[in-house]
Design a protein around this ligand. Sequence first.
Ligand SMILES: [Zn+2]
Length: 167
Amino acid sequence: MTLAINTPSTVTYAFDSSVPEKVQKIARRAMAGWASKMDHPRFFQLSNEEPGITFTMADLPGRRVGEMRLTQECRDAICAATAEIRLDNLTFRDPHVSKKDKMATAAHEVGHALGLDHSSGGINPNNPGKCNDVMKKILMFGTSCSPSTPSQGEVDAVKHVYGLSDT
Ligand SMILES: [Zn+2]
């Protein structure tokens, strides 16, 4: 079982100084997409003290647009996880990449930080019914297979991890 960050209740986050204001806005909107679907508008809270998630910019290899690194630290048998979300410099500074696709990337990496693995949802843009998961391994930029808000199934999975399920 994945050790989720900041369980239970809220997840704290911060931006590294490398992250431009425009990218911060996109990341905040991506987190708001998760939070509103979870009926928990204040699920994410900015905290520069001990952020659970730190966003940073990086030059990622190949066609990688984002990645998440989890670090687990244990002190006196109490373990805590923190995540670093790295957003690709080229992609996020490229004005030709839409805000929606950047948001889809951020939402995907946030999903990893919240403990989700890749979904087995389809990547076929002609079959949009299978494109609702932000946790698909490959986001198809510029198509409906690049959703910027999580599907109900993904939201339910995170609610379960964080003890927010109704049942
Ligand atoms: Zn991924």
